[in-house]
Design a protein around this ligand. Structure first.
Ligand code: ADP
Ligand code: ZN
Ligand code: ZN
Length: 661
């Protein structure tokens, strides 16, 4: 509805009717327009929004307005009514089960078991959540397709969530091909406002049978919902990282429970939270241990960096040290000779992470951030990847005038250049945030890879995700160790997932006949993570990680939230967090909640803003929730307190179940 608000007129949402709260009738103003073109949102939808608001410590309005299509508030009643009429006409054609150009393969026994179990869940009163655990190429997508067909055949709607739309074109394409006669809509932030409204309305009106979308689609109102699939459930993209910091995966599970809808979480490397729930029987588990067509898992080859002659190779590469160990270069030559493709990845973009002056030791730091500015050779700029500051590379050292400033270390741009020198015959392409910035660039490069016009694909972890390459015989990780000893306790979990996913790119084409391989350059070849990877033994990795988490009292054995504070000075941020901690300790609800000391973020200063955080932890989710709820009003008061310089924070936020610490 539209209401007067001061001198403006705004569109709002009526959540529930209440009394006037003591405001007299003459002080009340008239509603301008009641938005009754659309039926009231369902109780299920309101419950989901209320739960998300309460759990993630935001207001209902903040969540609701963030997840509703903005057009809904912009359009007047008549315009909206018109859109709805047109949509009904567009969807008037009866859905058919016609399958255009796509035939269903006969299921493998493992797939059949999984489909039967999920099918039974869809028809049951308490369907529960199923973990579908299977490596890349094991046939998970086929299981989703069959499960969705089950739901549709029962007259229900299916919701399929993917981490990122443009990294999962094949999955989208397979769904649209399989359900060609059905009514499918996409729902993600890449749509135009008009498209987003259309998809949302089609879902809400029950016209669409199948909704494919990213995390925000978990809030799609679906009156006939029968199945929710969360593909790559471990992916960090499901967690919204700003504003209302919700986890779409966790909300999907909550929604499934409330609405009596089957939920399928699919992954080769489930999050440890999900794995633990499967271990303890809270989730059902279906495993697809074999790759379709019997494609073998790539042989994992660890190159022990300590055993290479010093001059041959170095992770802290100087200009002369090659990027790859000689045996990997030989292996790459062989793949090219056989007409196979290889994938080489390094988690750092740009040419070199820093420039250094050989005379005085000047380094290309960012004046606004506690970070280096990265050297990009292509356009000869120094770029800060945190605040975006970009400047031409200075001709000489800004401090001493020495013209001899040199790149230190290696990013993907330099890796590409070094590979070209090592393998002159190779056709090399690169995929990272820089090479794909131009619209259509990613699609063009992927097209070239699929067409066999590329021998070696170089890139950041972007290359490891999602793409269904056919001819990759070799995968090499240049410097995976960098995230092995991170201060973030989830870093090993992310690394393992990334490496498994990258390994899954290799040898998808069983017909090629040659065995695929994955090379890792490491200083720690005996590390349990690499050893588990070599056996492609996710369960062993998960068990060892869970044991560590249990003894350290970390999730999933405890529950976390962080309070973040941004301020112009470290003192102000620290003072705010210290005051917040002092308040927390006085709250009765904080019994059994640990409050840690404030610490700076990994990159403490970004764009001249100091960023600090404080962890709160409890073995009990309820305790933590109660404490946060009691704490919140005090934080507002602290923030608003005037005259107290140290408390002047720019902003603060609570992140419940934070993914990065
Ligand atoms: P995942 O989603 O686990 O990566 P997919 O469902 O994409 O696995 O399956 C991998 C490949 O095998 C795909 O090309 C798919 O079309 C094919 N495939 C899946 N299930 C079967 C089956 N039962 N019979 C034959 N081919 C299948
Ligand atoms: Zn200098
Ligand atoms: Zn910066």
């Amino acid at each position: 509805m539209r209401v007067p608000f001061g001198r403006r007129e705004v569109a709002g949402l009526t959540w529930q009717a209440g009394d006037s709260g003591g405001v007299g009738p003459d002080e009340l103003r008239e509603i301008v327009e009641v938005g009754d073109a659309l039926a009231p949102l369902s109780a299920d939808w309101c419950a989901l929004v209320e739960f998300a608001a309460s759990y993630y410590q935001r207001s209902v309005g903040e969540i609701a307005l963030a997840v509703l299509p903005p057009e809904l508030r912009r359009l007047g009643r008549d315009a909206l009514a018109d859109r709805i009429r047109r949509l009904h006409r567009a969807f008037a054609a009866a859905p058919t089960d016609a399958v255009a150009g796509d035939s269903e393969p006969a299921l493998t026994p493992d797939q059949a078991t999984a489909v039967a179990a999920i099918g039974a869940a869809i028809g049951s009163a308490v369907p529960g959540t199923t973990l579908l655990h299977g490596v890349t190429g094991s046939g998970k997508t086929e299981v989703y397709l069959r499960a969705a067909a089950h739901a549709l055949a029962a007259g229900r709607q299916a919701l399929v969530l993917v981490p990122e739309i443009n990294l999962t074109p094949q999955l989208i394409e397979r769904f649209t091909r399989r359900f060609a006669g059905r009514r499918i809509v996409a729902l993600h932030s890449g749509l135009t406002p008009a498209q987003r409204l259309r998809s949302w309305l089609a879902a809400q009106l029950g016209l669409a049978d199948l909704v494919l979308g990213t995390r925000l689609a978990v809030f799609a109102p679906l009156p006939r919902l029968g199945l929710v699939v969360v593909d790559e459930e471990h992916d960090a993209s499901y967690k919204q990282q700003e504003g209302a910091r919700y986890s779409a995966r966790d909300l999907a599970v909550w929604r499934g429970r409330r609405e009596g809808v089957a939920v399928v979480l699919g992954s080769a490397t489930p999050s440890l939270e999900t794995w633990q729930r499967a271990e303890t029987g809270r989730y059902l588990r279906q495993a697809l241990p074999e790759r379709i067509g019997g494609a073998a898992w790539p042989a994992i080859r660890l190159v022990d960096m300590a055993r290479l002659p010093k001059a041959t190779v170095g992770l802290r590469a100087s200009a002369r040290t090659p990027a790859l160990a000689p045996q990997i270069v030989v292996a790459l030559h062989e793949r090219i000779a056989r007409g196979e493709q290889s994938l080489v990845f390094l988690n750092r973009r740009g040419y070199a992470p820093v420039l250094q002056c050989g005379e005085c030791g000047w380094l290309s730091g960012c004046p606004h951030c506690s970070a280096w500015r990265v050297f990009h050779k292509q356009d000869r700029t120094l770029r800060c990847h945190h605040c975006g500051l970009a400047e031409a590379v200075p001709r000489a050292c800004p401090d001493c005038g020495n013209p001899d400033i040199a790149p230190v270390g290696r990013g993907t741009e330099r890796l590409e250049e070094q590979l070209a020198a090592l393998l002159p015959e190779a056709r090399i392409a690169r995929i990272d945030a820089d090479s794909t910035r131009r619209k259509g660039a990613l699609e063009a490069t992927l097209g070239a890879v699929h067409a066999g016009e590329v021998d070696i694909l170089v890139g950041t972890q972007m290359v490891a995700k999602g793409h269904d390459f056919r001819r990759i015989g070799l995968v090499a990780a240049v410097n995976p160790d960098s995230s092995l000893f991170s201060s973030d306790f989830r870093a090993p979990e992310r690394l393992f997932a990334l490496l498994m996913q990258a390994a899954g790119r290799a040898g998808r084409d069983a017909a090629s006949g040659t065995a695929s391989e994955m090379w890792l350059q490491t200083w720690h070849p005996t590390h349990p993570l690499y050893q588990a990877l070599a056996r492609h033994d996710y369960a062993a990795f998960a068990t060892s990680q869970l044991n560590e988490r249990r003894s350290a009292g970390l999730p999933p054995f405890s529950h976390l939230a962080v309070l973040r504070a941004d301020a112009k000075t470290v003192e102000a941020a620290r003072a705010f967090l210290a005051a917040a901690a002092a308040v927390a300790r006085t709250l009765a609800e904080s019994a059994e909640v640990m409050i840690y000391a404030p610490v700076p973020l990994d990159v403490a200063r970004v764009a001249d803003v100091e960023r600090m955080q404080m962890l709160v932890e409890s073995a009990s989710r309820q305790r933590l929730q109660a404490m946060l709820r009691a704490w919140l009003p005090h934080l507002d008061a602290l923030h608003l307190a005037r005259g107290d310089a140290p408390r002047r924070v720019l902003r603060w936020a609570i992140d419940v179940d934070p993914l990065t610490i």
